[in-house]
Ligand binder design. Structure first.
Ligand code: HEC
Ligand code: HEC
Length: 282
């Protein structure tokens, strides 16, 4: 058997055996640090650095992160979820390196178009929420999500304007409030109100700008959370409808048949837009 260094590297997969090669040949090759794995129940559910084991860092230059969010949206068309997540975890990766730079960021492309173009959750919200979850378990991340989502439901978007650096459309864009965290409602309502097609460059531009807006709010929440620790609380109260309807439609109440915290109004107010469109409709 050929024990030359090259043959060993080829046979055993290169760097991974760097340490043993160094031991045999006397060459100084840095062996990669052994990952800290946390085995869960019955030896399954291993996770490098433990569960929620990455340390969150405050992001001071929010304007720079918004620029990254906007550019991330356009970068190879990876979209809103990628842009929002990268603006947070990617910013830490660029500044601090590992472990943040080991995250497979492109996983976030799936959130584009409300998850695989299904128009469900707004991908920017999903990306930002996932970034919270890199660092905090549900008990701590849920209030952060509540704050972000309630803000999103009631904010007129888009706010951010990249000026001359705009990649889809330059200039001001009209705004609308979606009252919903759903991509479908957010986009469709905006397109209906502005008469700008959902499949247009302007609409893409709108979503690129919203990616920056959501990244900004998410970073503000994360920074405040890091500052306050376990005691952090959001400022926004539960939506009126969720409180009102939840008086009966929630755990332990007379009609426990509802799940979720979205504003009930857009879908259950019986407004003209939600009538039967399968009859007498153009
Ligand atoms: C005073 C209690 C109460 C409140 C408040 C309440 N509901 Fe209900 N709701 C009920 C009960 C009881 C039913 C019957 C369903 C069942 O058997 O659990 C029902 C049924 C429904 C249904 C299914 C039947 C239907 O009419 O389509 C919907 C949808 C619904 N509620 C939505 C809402 C929404 C939205 C709100 C807030 C605007 C709300 N409810 C507030 C008690 C309440
Ligand atoms: C994005 C739209 C949307 C939002 C927001 C929403 N709902 Fe619904 N909800 C629906 C749809 C669609 C159904 C299924 C209706 C059906 O059965 O045809 C449903 C079903 C229900 C039902 C079961 C009865 C039924 O008609 O099937 C209740 C009760 C209900 N919703 C209450 C609520 C409450 C309370 C909220 C706010 C906390 C809420 N919903 C938010 C769209 C929505």
């Amino acid at each position: 058997m050929d024990f030359s260094r090259r043959a060993m590297l080829g046979a055993m997969g290169g760097l991974a055996v760097g340490g043993s090669i160094a031991a045999m040949s006397g060459n100084v090759i840095a062996a990669p640090a052994a990952p800290v794995m946390s085995p869960g129940k019955d030896g399954h559910f291993m996770q490098m650095h433990g569960e929620f084991g990455w340390k969150p860092h405050k992001i001071d230059d929010i304007a720079a992160a918004m620029d990254v969010a906007y550019k991330g949206y356009w970068y190879k068309g990876y979209g809103c979820g990628y842009g929002a997540f990268y603006a947070i975890v990617g910013t830490m990766a660029e500044k601090y390196g590992a472990p943040y730079n080991t995250f497979p960021f492109t996983i976030m492309e799936m959130f584009k178009g409300g998850f695989g173009d299904w128009g469900t959750i707004c991908g920017a919200l999903a990306g930002a929420g996932a970034a919270f979850s890199v660092f905090y378990g549900r008990k701590e991340s849920k209030p952060m999500v509540n704050e972000l989502f309630r803000w999103y439901e009631t904010t007129a978007f888009p706010i951010y304007n990249p000026g001359e650096a705009a990649q889809g459309f330059k200039g001001d864009l009209p705004t609308s409030v979606s009252n919903s965290v759903l991509c479908h409602v957010s986009v469709s309502r905006w397109s209906y109100e502005t008469k700008i097609p959902a499949n247009s460059k302007q609409r893409s531009e709108r979503c690129g700008r919203i990616t920056a807006d959501v990244a900004k709010k998410a970073i503000e929440i994360l920074n405040a959370k890091i500052e306050a620790g376990k005691d952090w609380k959001g400022a926004l109260a539960k939506q009126e409808s969720v409180t009102q309807c939840g008086a009966c439609h929630s755990k332990g109440k007379m009609s426990d048949i509802v799940k979720g915290n979205m504003d009930c109004t857009p879908c259950h107010s019986g407004n003209e837009h939600l009538g039967n469109k399968f009859v007498n409709h153009p």
